[in-house]
Design a protein around this ligand. Structure first.
Ligand code: BYC
Length: 321
């Protein structure tokens, strides 16, 4: 019997037509369906990068679990970081339905060959960073991910539905941390403003390069994996932030930001910084990967134990049959 990957490699005009018809009719492509090899590769690329982002994304906030200012804050932060682990697991599972193994994806990450979101290569020196991450990073994630709930690939779209529900709780908890700080002392307000100053521009970069420099967008939109372009989503995000910043009493660090007839006019984003971070030269790239590698090595005994347990169970089931 042929594997799904081998089947996908077989060129057939009928299969291509059936695939095109499903996409045109807004139907979902499922793992059992034939799909063009390039569609499969694009999904593996995007979903695995997304999964890695969730897993690496646990680190900046994990940094504050032991130092959260109250028991309640600690419990909330732990729950949030655990949610990110869960998101990573659904997404790895979704990618596995396309024929790549979890081991392969993990290896690509710890070898430094896989991309993950640029945003997680920045440090979290103060408690206000927890607020800024929730408000800005999870806020950007929601803008980007709500349309992905309608992604043409079934397992990805379905995973995104639950992820988005959890992200909206994350965003609110970040907003609430900032609101509490902004209602506190002058030092607390300064700390909140400083965190927003540091996270604002990197959060705009999360949406990816400008549309005219985004090599993957056109094809991904034609396949209905992406529903909106990087710049469209970035605009939507800025529009969401402006009234919320007003409620918070926080200034978005862009003196040029204003509504200009039909769009938000912003200062030029520093794309050199984005490319530096993507090339592994962001402030925290080295630490993030080093921690992920150490966790993988230290967890080897857990994986070995799980494999030994599964083998034992299989043997028992065989004996009982
Ligand atoms: N960072 O042609 P483009 C979370 C890459 S975690 C790094 O526009 P595409 C959370 C891009 O991969 C949620 N790389 O690509 C977790 C491509 O490189 P390759 C993270 C980036 O795929 C914990 C190249 O640049 N969200 O919420 O059409 C705590 C050209 O770009 C970035 C996702 O992963 C970047 N920012 O569009 C808190 C969303 N931007 O692969 C929160 C899922 C671009 O050709 N992904 N690149 O070598 C997507 O929606 C799309 O992949 C992107 C990029 C919009 C990011």
């Amino acid at each position: 019997m042929m594997t799904a990957a081998q089947l996908a490699a077989v060129e057939s005009p009928d299969e291509q037509q059936a695939f095109d018809a499903l996409i045109a009719a807004e139907q979902r492509i499922e793992p059992r369906d034939w799909m063009p090899d390039a569609y499969r590769r694009t999904l593996i690329r995007q979903i695995s990068q997304h999964a890695h982002s969730e897993i690496i994304g646990m680190q900046p906030e994990g940094n504050w679990i032991t130092r959260a200012p109250s028991l309640k804050r600690k419990a909330i932060l732990m729950a949030k970081v655990q949610d990110e682990a869960g998101h990573g697991l659904y997404l790895y599972s979704a990618a596995q339905t396309l024929g790549i193994t979890r081991d392969e994806m993990t290896q690509q990450l710890i070898d430094g060959k896989a991309k993950y979101s640029s945003i997680f290569n920045y440090p979290t020196p103060t408690w206000a960073d927890m607020g800024a991450i929730g408000w800005l990073v999870d806020g950007a994630a929601i803008c980007n991910q709500v349309p992905l709930c309608r992604a043409s690939y079934g397992p990805y779209g379905r995973a995104m539905v639950r992820i988005c529900k959890e992200e909206s709780f994350h965003q609110r908890q970040g907003f609430e941390i900032l609101l509490t700080l902004m209602q506190g002392t002058e030092a607390q307000r300064d700390m909140a403003q400083d965190a927003v100053n540091r996270w604002y521009w990197p959060s705009l970069m999360m949406f990816g390069p400008p549309d005219d420099e985004s090599p993957n967008s056109a094809q991904s939109m034609a396949w209905k994996i992406k529903r909106f372009s990087n710049d469209e989503l970035r605009q939507r995000f800025v529009g969401m932030l402006v009234p919320q910043a007003e409620i918070l009493g926080i200034t978005l660090p862009d003196p040029e930001l204003h509504w200009d007839e039909d769009h938000w006019h912003t200062s030029e984003i520093d794309w050199t910084e984005f490319h530096e971070v993507l090339s592994g030269r962001g402030p925290m790239n080295g630490t993030r990967l080093q921690n992920r590698r150490a966790a993988h090595e230290e967890g080897a005994w857990v994986r070995e134990a799980a494999v030994a347990y599964a083998a034992k169970q299989a043997k028992k089931a065989e004996a009982a049959a």
